[in-house]
Design a protein around this ligand. Structure first.
Ligand SMILES: Nc1nc2c(c(=O)[nH]1)N[C@H]1C(S)=C(S)[C@@H](COP(=O)(O)O)O[C@H]1N2
Ligand SMILES: [Mo]
Length: 248
């Protein structure tokens, strides 16, 4: 077998080359980062980052298969002490008797739906692993009317042909945009129960969104208004630089 030996000169040359590459890559990372920071911001994130988020969104939504279900657990696996996170849009008081879900069909044509009307529709319960983008997750138990059932019952078929659903709290302090395939996913609920009882105030009483295919940021608590649009509706955390799609 032939042995390869390097002369001292060759070794020196190789180390010099590796060192030069190391320095060059270092400069590229540093100036690349400076360049990204100087780029104009688009919807809360520097342009190159927003563009890659949008690209990821295109890939994820093409791969999205609405018949694929998020894993469900037995009720016994559900956490009794549910974590709470975020109270934007929850600071005013709310009265379940006068609260209405406002559904904007078109300008000047708004449905006003009461809590008891929602409760009269077929109910579905789900126990799933609720994931927050901050890094925690919890198996929790929710009940409400599936969004798809609600859309069919109120004959919102034409509106649901649009690309997005927008949701806002009554005071507009928190708001999200949801791509329509995720809004109509069979596990997405207009939720009014947690652990078999009325939603606690801080968990979004009287009605919140539960959308297991998305991270926590999209599970808007205390829904006031629902609307439909082909443009991306304003989104609280996307405006602060997070991913708009937020699926997992
Ligand atoms: N109205 C409103 N809804 C909200 C938020 C908020 O600040 N305000 N925070 C979101 C985030 S980041 C998470 S993780 C979940 C947390 O839901 P929980 O408080 O029921 O655990 O609610 C989401 N919905
Ligand atoms: Mo979150």
């Amino acid at each position: 077998m032939e042995e390869t030996t390097f002369t001292k000169r060759q070794v020196l040359r190789k180390s010099a080359i590796s060192f030069a590459i190391f320095i060059l890559v270092g400069f590229m990372v540093y100036f690349g980062y400076q360049w990204v920071k100087r780029q104009p911001k688009i919807a809360g994130a520097p342009r190159p980052l927003r563009e890659s988020l949008n690209f990821n969104e295109q890939v994820s939504s093409r791969l999205f298969d609405s018949s694929r279900l998020v894993k469900e657990y037995p009720v016994s696996a559900a956490e009794k002490k549910v974590r709470f996170n975020g109270s934007d849009g929850l600071r005013d008081s709310v009265n379940s008797g006068t609260w209405r879900l406002r559904v904007v069909r078109s300008a000047g044509d708004t449905l006003q739906i009461s809590l008891s009307e929602l409760k009269a529709l077929p109910k579905k319960e789900i126990v799933f692993d609720f994931k927050c983008i901050e890094g925690w997750s919890q198996v929790t138990h929710w009940g409400g009317v599936p969004m798809k059932t609600f859309i069919d019952h109120y004959r919102l078929g034409p509106e649901s042909q649009l690309k997005y659903m927008g949701l806002q709290t009554p005071d507009k302090g928190y708001y999200v945009g949801i791509d329509m395939p995720s809004a109509l996913h069979p596990q997405t609920l207009l939720c009014y129960e947690m652990n078999g009882r009325a939603l606690p105030l801080r968990e979004g009483f009287p009605v919140r969104l539960i959308i297991p295919v998305k991270y926590g940021i999209k599970h808007l608590k205390r829904i006031g208004t629902m609307f439909f649009s082909n443009e991306k509706p304003p989104d609280f955390w996307a405006e602060r630089g997070y991913d708009y799609y937020a699926g997992h």
